[in-house]
Design a protein around this ligand. Structure first.
Ligand SMILES: C[S@@+](CC[C@H](N)C(=O)[O-])C[C@H]1O[C@@H](n2cnc3c(N)ncnc32)[C@H](O)[C@@H]1O
Length: 281
């Protein structure tokens, strides 16, 4: 493995050694299987409850039935050893549906909420990459790892609200900053934010980062999820120039050796993994 740095600058970074890695496709399939199981648990518990209510000699109040429905679904999810948040979702989903029906919540609200979630999360379902934002310290730590007195071409893959681009542009004014974001609402919000702040050295592209070539960047930053890391690393190795930096916030590339690991020392307790792109043979 490479060097650990206690949140400070590093004098030099060693070469990385990409090794064979477990399939990120498998991780993605596992995540999909979890959501399908949670859905199956809801279906089974609903059918079981409908059967029970049909033959029960006394009536059950709707909210009681909804909680029982949720309890059965959550028990199934627990028995299938799905992650903790699936128990919570499975338990609360039927009572929330019952409450919405009891309060006569207009269906337009659900449609509206669905649309906003779609524009916000876009490919989160397929790509297994949710939205969360880098903390402010990240830019300062990144700056400490950059070569001094050199114009910088920097990309944030999945740039969210553009905070990393703005932070880097403030700290290293002599640079060009590109965000690549495919969620329409985030793209629009970050364009507006950059325009309002007059950040001329920053741009955001509405594109999937898989379709964006990394050839021109000195530093590529990603804060995504464990799922795409192996494939993204392969893309970085194929497209980035030798000696340039690939940085992942929190999610290490499976079985590849980082050049440097820098703790962010914020409330998330996360870590930056820095990989120096090796010379191609
Ligand atoms: C964890 S957030 C990171 C946001 C930002 N980079 C930061 O550090 O504050 C991941 C972002 O990647 C975006 N994203 C996910 N898949 C993407 C893809 N294939 N192409 C472009 N952006 C993507 C999501 O919409 C989300 O905004």
């Amino acid at each position: 493995m490479g060097r650990d740095v206690p949140g400070g600058p590093s004098p030099s970074l060693g070469a990385n050694v990409p090794l064979s890695a477990p399939s990120s496709g498998r991780l993605s399939r596992m995540a999909h299987a979890a959501s399908l199981r949670a859905l199956a648990a809801q279906g089974i518990s609903f059918l079981a409850l409908a059967f029970l209510l049909r033959f029960m000699p006394w009536p059950m109040p709707p909210h009681g039935a909804a909680w029982l429905d949720g309890l059965v679904a959550a028990s199934l999810v627990f028995a299938w050893r799905l992650p903790f948040w699936w128990w919570v979702i499975s338990l609360l989903f039927p009572p929330l549906v019952a409450a919405a029906a009891a309060w006569h919540v207009r269906s337009a609200w659900f449609g509206g909420l669905f649309l906003v979630s779609l524009l916000l999360y876009w490919s989160a379902w397929r790509g297994q990459i949710p939205l969360f934002l880098s903390s402010r310290r990240v830019c300062r730590l990144l700056k400490a790892q950059l070569p001094k007195d050199q114009a910088l071409a920097f990309a944030d893959l999945g740039s969210g609200l553009g905070g990393v681009l703005l932070g880097m542009a403030r700290l290293v004014p002599d640079g060009a900053y590109t965000g690549v974001e495919n969620a329409p609402l985030l793209y629009a919000a970050s364009r507006l934010r950059l325009a309002l702040q007059g950040a001329r050295s920053c741009r955001v592209l509405r594109q999937s980062f898989w379709a964006h070539r990394l050839t021109d960047y000195d530093v590529v930053y990603a804060y995504l999820s464990p799922v795409p890391m192996k494939a993204l690393w392969e893309k970085a190795c194929a497209e980035m120039r030798p000696g340039t930096l690939f940085v992942s916030n929190s999610f290490a590339v499976p079985d590849a050796e980082w050049s440097l690991r820098v703790p962010i020392l914020d409330w998330t307790g996360s870590v930056l993994y820095l990989y120096r792109i090796a010379t191609r043979h």
